[in-house]
Design a protein around this ligand. Structure first.
Ligand code: ZN
Length: 307
């Protein structure tokens, strides 16, 4: 009987132990699960924080990039504005001084000037100038500017100086009074502004058709010069030429000879040539004219070097 009791007691004890073990195992399992969940949670949180940090960093980089782009754009606009302004002739005190000594210089320099254009040969002249990397000055007629505005734009865009030669080139019209000279200057300047798309453009430089000195209209021209000066417009003739307007059909030899003779012994050359269909010889001879002058040690200038 006692033995039987002992057995039952032992069995109860064993069941207790088994139950306790099971409980412990369950608790351990639960703890393990909890630990795993915790670890997963920590990993997810860490990844999330990392992603947030990366997103913030990316956002900062983006803002920095955008600011840099904006700065570059501002710089580009400022540079373009500066370039645009540089192509608008200005009458400064220095310009006035330099203009007074236009026919005198310490070193050899040559201003290639083309009158009466634009014309159908202007593109040939421009091609040669580009090929030789030389800039020139074009004294344009308002009537031709209105006929060939795209050519005028090309002259301007390629960095040549556009100056003013009046509108009509008809002496009896332009020289009917000093005021008509100024009127033709303004009319031509307006045509140039439209052609190049620069409402602020003013060349401040005029060449009297037929030249300033002498002739039937000398007195009108003298008064016109004063009137132009009051309006900050300067006039310039030439001290050297190719003689392309001296005969109806000048030969290449004639042109080269006139250039050699009229440039001889001079440091500062303002060379008169013509940009006209009838003076094709000038466009054709331009490479040789440039080579000759370069060979004589002349440096090419435009009136942008003055104004
Ligand atoms: Zn002319």
């Amino acid at each position: 009987m006692k033995n039987n009791h002992n057995n039952i007691y032992a069995m109860c004890n064993l069941n207790d132990i088994k139950l306790r073990d099971k409980k412990t195992q369950l608790v351990q399992l639960a703890l393990l699960l909890l630990a795993i969940i915790l670890i997963i949670l920590i990993i997810i949180i860490c990844q999330h924080i990392q992603k947030l940090q990366q997103a913030k960093k990316y956002e900062e980089q983006l803002i920095q990039y955008q600011a840099e782009q904006e700065r570059l754009e501002q710089e580009r606009i400022a540079l373009e504005e500066q370039k645009r302004k540089e192509k608008l002739p200005q009458v400064t005190e220095q310009a006035k001084q330099d203009f007074e000594t236009i026919y005198r210089s310490e070193t050899k320099r040559a201003f290639l000037t083309f009158d009466d254009g634009p014309s159908t040969v202007t593109p040939n002249i421009l091609d040669t100038l580009k090929q030789k990397n030389v800039k020139a000055t074009f004294f344009m007629l308002g009537s031709n500017v209105q006929r060939l505005p795209e050519t005028v734009k090309r002259v301007f865009d390629e960095g040549h100086f556009i100056a003013n030669h009046g509108y009509s080139h008809v002496y009896s019209s332009i020289y009917s009074s000093p005021q008509t000279v100024l009127d033709e200057f303004n009319q031509t300047n307006d045509a140039i502004k439209t052609a190049i798309g620069e409402p602020e453009f003013n060349s401040h430089l005029f060449r009297f058709p037929g030249g300033y000195a002498g002739g039937k209209y000398a007195e009108i021209k003298k008064q016109a010069k004063e009137l132009l000066l009051k309006n900050e417009i300067y006039q310039v003739d030439w001290n050297c030429l190719t003689g392309d307007a001296e005969t109806s059909t000048p030969t290449p030899e004639y042109v080269m000879n006139r250039l050699q003779v009229t440039s001889s012994g001079k440091n500062s050359l303002v060379i008169l040539m013509h940009d006209a269909q009838a003076k094709k010889v000038t466009a054709e001879m331009l490479p040789q004219i440039i080579d000759y002058l370069a060979g004589q040690g002349y440096e090419f200038k435009t009136f942008y070097d003055i104004f």
